[in-house]
Design a protein around this ligand. Structure first.
Ligand code: AMP
Length: 465
């Protein structure tokens, strides 16, 4: 007896990824338009780098002992034997491109922006994905605090442009290798007697990179952190005046900022300035949690490591109502670290998923654009003539929609209504033969028959009023 075929298994998107469906496109497009305009106005030119790089770029650039490198990279070996990694961040690739294309010989500084996908194997939770999008700004070849200030300024202008006023930029200086060496010794001294009470990661950090002990958000480690020495008090003269100047710029630009002497950020390449900005989530009691699809139910696939429980909505942010939206800093040693000449640089990145979730929560998502005209055709001849009419409208800048696959006038008008078109353009067999068209105002139902040759002019006139 023939066995009934098994129903094919439905394949879902990988955990921590998301689709951007057609109804969500207007907001993504509008946000990207602001990104392009702001970046270009402030002199940042677009750069695109590959989605994957040689793994060494990140182990060397971002740092062997960082969370990104030890836990979060998607790395793989190619058939040719190359060891590659899906880019977890954009700064090291920009530094690599800077060196590879001899950009140090171009007029300095080099100011670039990017907008693309990044990949980190994190625990998906509210606002945290495994593939996410960032808008990045980088300035290479400028050691002045003005460059740090400009990067922060452009990101905050972006927040303001979208109506966010309740944000705070936390800033700190983690100095240069010269002031960091004695501080590291002091920090180690402070933590030595307290290591046993720290989390597992911090026990590692103590051995590998004590500075990153200050980065931990585990409750027990935060308690210990409170009494830790602060680098800000021990900066060398050059780092101190650089930081002072940055704060003066922030004040002049009226950027709300707060000193956070424990802010170090997770990457090894930072020197001097580090910053991280938070936006207050709009308070809407009945609102859905931010990005509900980010909290994907745990479904273990074969390649999953130890099961991670679905965590309660909680970010690395310190309060449930604060969302980290952009962060960055100065990275004066990175270019040299990945094989170039010593080049001062700074930059930052803003998370688009989080930002777009905030825009939605605040009810500021732009509505879908409505077409000016909906084309309704009846009969084969009219359908054949439709494409030419559509081209005439396109050339005249009149937006339109159609449903060429449908036959009945009623069902086509229904679609026209649903997409919110202002006018219906109806062509039946008779109109097609006579070179005429019927123009119907959707709101009133009033219609007139006009020669096709006058269609564009008539529409232009009507749409202006
Ligand atoms: P980072 O590159 O870690 O400094 O992050 C800069 C910004 O990117 C953060 O403030 C977030 O807004 C966003 N971001 C970082 N990691 C993720 C992630 N896994 N999912 C979504 N957004 C992220």
């Amino acid at each position: 007896m023939a066995r009934p075929k098994d129903k094919p298994k439905m394949i879902q998107r990988p955990r921590g990824t998301h689709d951007v469906l057609p109804p969500e496109q207007p907001i993504w497009e509008a946000v990207r338009k602001t990104i392009r305009e702001l970046s270009r106005f402030y002199g940042f030119e677009r750069i695109e780098t590959p989605h994957f790089e040689m793994t060494d770029l990140f182990t060397t650039g971002v740092g062997e002992a960082t969370d990104i490198v030890t836990k979060q990279m998607y790395s793989f070996k190619t058939r040719g034997g190359d060891q590659l990694t899906l880019r977890p961040e954009g700064t090291a690739p920009v530094a690599r491109a800077f060196i590879e294309h001899g950009m140090m010989n171009w007029p300095q500084p080099i100011k670039v922006f990017y907008d693309g996908s990044f990949f980190r194997h994190e625990n998906p939770q509210r606002g945290r994905y495994r593939e996410f999008h960032q808008w990045g700004l980088e300035v290479l070849g400028d050691d002045g605090a003005v460059a740090d200030a400009e990067v922060i300024h452009v990101f905050t202008l972006f927040l303001r442009e979208w109506g966010f006023k309740d944000f705070i930029v936390e800033v700190n200086s983690i100095g240069c290798p010269a002031c960091r060496a004695p501080f590291r010794a002091q920090l180690t001294q402070y933590y030595r007697s307290k290591v046993r009470g720290l989390c597992k990661d911090c026990k590692e950090r103590f051995k590998e990179n004590p500075l990153r002990l200050l980065d931990c958000t585990e409750e027990k480690c935060m308690q210990v952190k409170k009494g830790a020495p602060q680098l800000l008090d021990k900066l060398c003269e050059a780092c101190r005046s650089h930081f002072k100047l940055l704060l003066e710029f922030l004040e002049e630009l009226q950027i709300p900022y707060a000193l956070n002497p424990h802010l170090v950020r997770g990457l090894d390449y930072y020197t001097r300035t580090v910053f991280e900005a938070y936006v207050d989530e709009p308070i809407k009691p009945s609102a859905e949690p931010i990005s509900p699809e980010a909290v994907v139910p745990e479904e273990k696939s074969a390649d999953e490591e130890a099961p991670a429980p679905v965590e309660a909505p909680k970010l690395e942010d310190k309060s449930p109502r604060r969302l980290a939206v952009f962060g960055g800093g100065r990275y004066d040693n990175l270019v040299e670290l990945v094989g170039g000449k010593s080049t001062p640089a700074c930059g930052g990145a803003l998370g688009l998923e989080r930002f777009i979730a905030l825009v939605r929560e605040a009810g500021r998502a732009p509505a879908e654009e409505k077409p000016n005209v909906f084309l309704v055709q009846l009969g084969e001849l009219a359908r054949k003539k439709s494409f030419r009419i559509m081209e005439e409208l396109r050339a005249a800048g009149i937006t339109m929609a159609e449903s060429l696959g449908r036959d009945s006038i009623r069902s086509q008008l229904k679609v026209g209504d649903r997409v919110g078109a202002l006018y219906a353009l109806i062509i039946g067999q008779k109109e097609a033969l006579d070179e005429m068209v019927i123009l119907r105002e959707m709101s009133s139902g009033i219609q007139e028959t006009i020669p096709r040759s006058r269609l564009v002019d008539t529409l232009k006139r009507k749409l202006k009023t």
